[in-house]
Ligand binder design. Structure first.
Ligand SMILES: Cc1cc2nc3c(=O)[nH]c(=O)nc-3n(C[C@H](O)[C@H](O)[C@H](O)COP(=O)(O)O)c2cc1C
Length: 298
C-alpha cells in the first residue's frame, strides 16, 4: 500500500503516521520490531528494562531484526538513570523520544545532534506550553479514554486545542485504534496517532493470554479511571482491580494482574499480529478519507 505522508512520517522517516505505544510491562522487543517493520514506529518504555545491560541487549535484538526507525519513552526523573539510558539509546540509533515526567529540555540538544526528535506527553495546555518553552519538537496529546495514565479532555477537543494554541505538531493519544479513527485524528490536525490498547491484543505483546482476552471481552463501560493505584489517574479493566480500588491496598495484588487498557477496547475483537493491525489501520484510514470525500461531493 502507498505511504501516508504527514509531518510525523517526514520527521521520522516512516511509512504510516502510526506509533505503537510504549506500554509498561507490555511492549518489549517483539512488539517494537513488528510495528516498525510494518511501517509504523515501534516504541517501548525504558522502565521495562531493569538494568542498563538488559536495555542494551534489547536494543541489540531489535537492531538485528530491523533497521527501521524506533522510539522510546524516557522518564526524566531522579528515579531512573536517564543519562546512561539516553547514551545507550542514541548509540543504538533510537531516533524518537517521548518524555514523561521531568524536563524534556534535558535531552533535546543531545537528541538533535544525532538527528532525532523529542515529543512530550501532555494532558493540558499548560503542560504543552511549558514543553514548548523547553524546545520540544512536538506534543503527544494524551486524552481522556487513553490506556495508561490518560488525561481528562477528549481527543476530539484536545488535539485541535493544543495544535491551535501551541502551533506544534501534535500526535493524538487516546482511542485511536482503527483506520477511521486515525483518519479523524488527521482531520483534526494531528500529524499522527499513538495506538496502545489495541496492540495489547497482539501476538507480540508480552502479556498473558488472560490479559489479552480481558481486553477483547471488555467494553468501554468496563474501563474505570482511578488514581488509587499509582497516585495518578489511570485507566484499568474494572474486573482486574476489583477489591483494590476501594479496599485492600496494592500490596495484595501483583502489577502483572492489574490490567491497564483504554476505552478503545471497544474496537478490539481478537488477537492478531501487530504488523497486520498497523497495516490494516493505514489501509482503512485511506479508505475512510476516500469515503468521506465522496460524501462531501455527493
Ligand atoms: C498497559 C499500558 C501501559 C502504558 N504504559 C505507558 C508508559 O509506560 N509510558 C507512556 O508514555 N505511555 C504509556 N501508556 C500510554 C500509551 O503510550 C498511549 O499513550 C495510549 O495507550 C494511547 O491510547 P489508547 O490506549 O487509547 O490507544 C500505556 C498504555 C497502556 C494501555
Amino acid at each position: 500500500m502507498a505511504s501516508i505522508h504527514t509531518d510525523l512520517t517526514r520527521l521520522l522517516g516512516i511509512k504510516y503516521p502510526i506509533i505503537g505505544a510504549p506500554m509498561f510491562l507490555v511492549s518489549y522487543e517483539a512488539l517494537t520490531i513488528a510495528v516498525s517493520e510494518a511501517g509504523g514506529l515501534g516504541m517501548f518504555p525504558l522502565p521495562n528494562y531493569r538494568s542498563l545491560v538488559d536495555l542494551e541487549e534489547a536494543l541489540k535484538t531489535i537492531r538485528q531484526a530491523t533497521q527501521k526507525p524506533i522510539g522510546v519513552n524516557i522518564h526524566l526523573s531522579g528515579k531512573f538513570p536517564w543519562e546512561e539510558q539516553l547514551a545507550i539509546c542514541l548509540d543504538m540509533g533510537v531516533s524518537f523520544f517521548i518524555t514523561s515526567l521531568g524536563d524534556p529540555g534535558l535531552i533535546i540538544d543531545r537528541v538533535h545532534q544525532k538527528g532525532g526528535a523529542v515529543f512530550a506527553d501532555v494532558v493540558s495546555l499548560n503542560q504543552g506550553i511549558r514543553a514548548r518553552e523547553r524546545g520540544v519538537d512536538g506534543l503527544v496529546a494524551v486524552a481522556a479514554g487513553a490506556g495508561g495514565h490518560g488525561g481528562r479532555i477528549p481527543t476530539i477537543v484536545l488535539v485541535p486545542y493544543l495544535k491551535e494554541q501551541t502551533g506544534l505538531p501534535i500526535v493524538a493519544a487516546g482511542g485511536v485504534s482503527t483506520g477511521p479513527q486515525l483518519a479523524s485524528a488527521l482531520c483534526m490536525g494531528a500529524c499522527g496517532a499513538i495506538t496502545g490498547t489495541r496492540l495489547i491484543a497482539s501476538d507480540e505483546a508480552r502479556v498473558g493470554e488472560d490479559y489479552k482476552k480481558a481486553v477483547i471481552e471488555a467494553g468501554p463501560d468496563g474501563i474505570v479511571v482511578t488514581d488509587r493505584l499509582t497516585g495518578n489517574n489511570a485507566s484499568w479493566i474494572a474486573k482486574s482491580i476489583e477489591g483494590v480500588e476501594n479496599g485492600p491496598d496494592l500490596r495484595s495484588k501483583k502489577w502483572k494482574t492489574l490490567w491497564s487498557a483504554g476505552q478503545s477496547v471497544a474496537q478490539v475483537e481478537g488477537i492478531r499480529p501487530a504488523g497486520e493491525i498497523i497495516k490494516e489501520m493505514a489501509e482503512e484510514c485511506v479508505l475512510a478519507i476516500k469515503k468521506i470525500n465522496q460524501v462531501c461531493i455527493a
